[in-house]
Design a protein around this ligand. Structure first.
Ligand SMILES: [Zn+2]
Length: 123
């Protein structure tokens, strides 16, 4: 789903989109002329590869994903997650795809490797 930045309403509007088998659902609204706030949840199953051992496993996602979308470069010192768009179009599919790959699959550690970490810490 795509929406033009200038067409985003000031009152929250719901949306849903899907990337592979992960569903993103939530609301979006304009909070300033150049900022859109998105509150959403990611839900579904996805196959991810462990970044340690390369083993693939299926995980169930149920995560909140709240972020801002800025029309152009966003200048602020805050820690908020801000996604910058440069063509005036908010592409939800692209956002979910990049969020899933950067937040989850790039740093995924499988249970086995996580347990090894625990054991190493204990001794
Ligand atoms: Zn692993």
């Amino acid at each position: 789903m795509k929406i033009e930045f200038k067409k985003v309403p000031q009152s929250p509007k719901s949306f849903s989109s899907e990337y592979h088998s992960v569903k993103i659902e939530g609301t979006f609204c304009k909070i300033s002329p150049t900022l859109v706030k998105i509150d959403s949840t990611l839900a579904g199953n996805m196959d991810v590869t462990c970044c340690r051992c390369g083993e693939e496993e299926s995980i169930t996602l149920d995560e909140e994903l709240n972020f801002l979308v800025s029309d152009g470069i966003y200048k602020s010192e805050s820690d908020d997650l801000v996604i910058e768009v440069y063509d005036g179009i908010i592409d939800f599919d692209e956002i979910i795809e990049s969020e899933i790959s950067s937040e989850i699959s790039d740093y995924h550690i499988c249970e086995k490797c996580a347990n090894i970490d625990l054991i190493e810490k204990e001794f």
